[in-house]
Write a protein of this length. Sequence first.
Length: 239
Amino acid sequence: MSNADRLGVDLGSVQGVVLSHGHFDHAGGLAGLAGRRGVRGLPMTVHPQVWTRRRLAPPGLEPSELPTLSRRALESEGFQVIERRQPSLLVDGHVLITGEVDRTTDFERGMPPPHQGWNGSAWQHDPLVLDDQALVVHVRGRGLLVLTGCGHAGAVNIARHALRLTGVDRLHALIGGLHLSGPAFEPVIPPTVSALTELAPDLVASAHCTGWRAQGALALALPDAWVPSSSGTSFRLVA
């Protein structure tokens, strides 16, 4: 909310909210949004597994449970929570929510073993983060814009999933976190960069959890497409 105020963003025009996944650092900024809009019942679309309890259990250390999202808390904030596993459309059919992303690559294997989820009776490795989803817009004459949150499903899986869902054969832009930082994910950087190079997007604005090694690799492989991005960066894509 503070960033929106500083950027002069008109939150009164927000028509809906989509949570990319259930990790708490992608939801904390929602506090106050529905109230600022002035109307209760602001639609919020989530994957059904967004409520999964999760923890980090590194070897040799005490496990640390992550804050879990609460449907009751979100509804008390003024959101109308909508659970959907399948793809769906927003904003009069102009924005596609991917829903659960197909995992088809052999190199995007998700989170390492310390990332665990509660299955109702025990903690177990939660590599896939199945609630991860992205937004897609077809820019007329250009191709698809794909907007990720953390990209836990894998940048290539997400892009290919969006192309399959829409039948569009061109990736115009990829914007958002690609989750390629840290030792567990650095081996995934070369095949990811190679596959994205084959897709030949016009714009790659990889942010958040992409990591500096992956940023450098993308900048080298796609010098005409990759641009730096940070909080407050704006992109205008014209049909």
